[in-house]
Design a protein around this ligand. Structure first.
Ligand code: ZN
Ligand code: MN
Length: 435
C-alpha cells in the first residue's frame, strides 16, 4: 500500500519580526507578558479614519529573509487587503500582500539533495489574540489587541516535501535562518513562529484534487506527528474509495491526532484588493545588493562547510541551530589539524564546556587527554587477555623459548590501547599471564 501513494506536502510558516514598533503604527510591538490592550492605538484597533504607515525596518527584514532563502526580490511591491471576519481582526481585513509579494522564487536544499522551492515570502500584520477564560464563574472569550498589527512574515513553499522528516529539516533551517539574521526570535512557545502544513496523497504522481491544512502546531515534533497522522488517515480513506475532505484541521495534543475545524477557504473568498491607503513600494536595487553582501553566514552554508570538512551530518545540523556555537565550531575547525569530527563531538556532547574554553584551549585539552598514559590495570588486563587468546600460535612460540614472541604480544596490547597503555604495566601483566 505504501508505494501506491505519494505524500505531497507544502508548508506555510509565519514568523513574527522582532521590530520595536508595529507594522503600520508606532505602538510597541512587544506583546508577550504585557498587560492586555496597553500597546494599542486607532490604527491597530482598526478604528475608522486611521491611516496605516508601513514600518521600513520590517520591509528590510523581510527582504533579508527572502535573500537568505535565495529568492528574487520584487522591485515593485504593494500591500493588499485580505478580507475575512473574525473578532481578533478588528478592521475586518488583514493588510497583507497578494500578487506582488516582496520576495518570490526562492530555494532551500535539504541534506538529501532535494530542492524545496519557495513560492513567496511576503509581509503582513498579525491579528489580536483571543483568550478563553472564566470570569465570575462564566466562560468568556477576551480579546487582547497588543499583538494586532505586529509585523508578520509568511514563507510559503511549493508542495515539494514528501515526508515528516524532510518537513522537519526544512523547518529547522527556516527557524535558524531567521534567528541568524537577527530578525525574529522564532520562539514557537511564544507563537513567534507558527507552522501550517498542506497535506495530500497523490496516486498518480500528479497533484491531488484535494488538500488538508493542519494549523496551529507549535513544535517540530508535533508537526511531524501531525503529518504522519494525516498520511495514514488519507490512506485509509482512499483505500475505501473515499476522497479526504478539503478542510482545515488542528493538532490535538492530548489525543495525538488532528481534528476537523472548518472547510478550507479559496483565495477568491478573501476578496483581495490593493490597500488604497498605502502607496506602492519601490525597492531599490542597490539596497538589495547591499543586504545580499551583508548577509551573515547562514545555517545551510554552515552545514555544507562542516560536512565538507568531514563532520557528521547530524553534528553539522546541531551546530547550525545555534549562531554562537557556529562561530565557535568554525574557529575550532579552522584551528584543528586533525580529529575534527571528534573535537566537534566533544563540544556537542558537552564533554567539555566550550563556553569556558577558547577553541585553541579546547584542542589543547582534548589532545593532552589523549596523550595521557593508561595505567588502569583492569583495562590493560582485558587487552592482554584479548591479545593472548587471538594469538595462540605466538603464545606457543613464546613457551618454546622464542623471546621475540613476547615483543609481538606487547605490540598487540599497545595497538589495542592506541599506544596509550603504560608499557611497564603491560609487560608485567603479560608476563604474569604467560607463566
Ligand atoms: Zn497601534
Ligand atoms: Mn498569513
Amino acid at each position: 500500500m505504501s508505494d501506491k501513494y505519494t505524500p505531497i506536502i507544502g508548508m506555510e510558516v509565519h514568523v513574527e519580526l522582532s521590530t520595536e514598533s508595529k507594522m503600520f503604527c508606532r505602538c510597541s510591538a512587544v506583546h508577550f507578558q504585557v498587560p492586555p490592550n496597553t500597546h494599542v492605538c486607532p490604527v491597530c484597533l482598526g478604528l475608522p479614519g486611521a491611516l496605516p504607515v508601513p514600518n521600513g525596518k520590517a520591509i528590510e527584514d523581510t527582504i533579508k529573509i527572502g535573500l537568505a532563502l535565495n529568492c528574487q526580490i520584487n522591485t515593485q511591491s504593494k500591500f493588499d487587503r485580505k478580507h475575512y471576519f473574525y473578532p481578533d481582526l478588528p478592521k475586518g481585513y488583514q493588510i497583507s500582500q497578494y500578487d506582488q509579494p516582496l520576495c518570490y522564487n526562492g530555494l532551500v536544499t535539504l541534506s538529501n539533495g532535494k530542492r524545496i522551492r519557495i513560492t513567496r515570502v511576503h509581509l503582513e500584520e498579525d491579528t489580536g489574540k483571543l483568550k478563553h477564560e472564566k470570569v465570575e464563574g462564566k466562560d468568556v472569550t477576551l480579546i487582547d489587541y497588543n499583538r494586532s498589527g505586529v509585523p508578520l512574515v509568511e514563507i510559503v513553499t511549493e508542495p515539494d516535501l514528501s515526508t515528516a522528516e524532510e518537513t522537519k529539516e526544512y523547518l529547522k533551517l527556516i527557524h535558524s535562518t531567521v534567528r541568524f539574521l537577527g530578525v525574529s526570535d522564532a520562539d514557537m512557545e511564544k507563537g513567534s513562529m507558527r507552522l501550517e502544513a498542506n497535506i495530500s496523497l497523490s496516486t498518480d504522481g500528479g497533484l491531488p484534487a484535494y488538500k488538508v491544512e493542519v494549523k496551529n502546531v507549535n513544535s517540530f515534533r508535533y508537526i511531524g506527528a501531525a503529518i504522519d497522522y494525516e498520511i495514514e488517515r488519507h490512506k485509509n480513506l482512499l483505500e475505501k474509495g473515499e476522497m479526504p475532505r478539503q478542510e482545515t484541521r488542528g493538532w490535538n495534543l492530548g489525543g495525538r491526532k488532528t481534528v476537523s475545524q472548518r472547510s478550507k477557504e479559496e483565495a477568491k473568498d478573501y476578496r483581495y484588493f490593493p490597500e488604497p491607503d498605502i502607496p506602492p513600494l519601490v525597492i531599490e536595487r542597490e539596497k538589495v545588493e547591499r543586504f545580499k553582501n551583508e548577509l551573515p553566514i547562514l545555517p545551510s552554508q554552515v552545514i555544507a562547510t562542516l560536512v565538507e570538512k568531514g563532520i557528521r551530518l547530524d553534528y553539522a545540523q546541531t551546530v547550525a541551530e545555534n549562531q554562537e556555537l557556529t562561530k565557535y565550531v568554525l574557529e575550532l575547525v579552522e584551528l584543528a589539524k586533525e580529529n575534527i569530527d571528534r573535537l566537534v563531538g566533544v563540544v556537542i556532547n558537552a564533554k567539555e564546556d566550550w563556553h569556558k574554553l577558547s577553541p585553541a584551549e579546547l584542542i589543547e585539552r582534548v589532545s593532552s587527554k589523549e596523550k595521557e598514559k593508561i595505567t588502569d590495570e583492569d583495562q590493560i588486563e582485558m587487552w592482554v587477555k584479548e591479545a593472548i587468546s587471538q594469538n595462540s600460535g605466538v603464545v606457543e612460540d613464546y613457551k618454546r623459548g622464542k623471546t621475540n614472541a613476547l615483543q609481538f604480544l606487547l605490540g598487540q596490547v599497545m595497538g589495542r590501547s592506541k599506544g596509550r597503555a603504560e608499557a611497564k604495566v603491560v609487560a608485567r601483566i603479560l608476563l604474569e599471564r604467560l607463566t
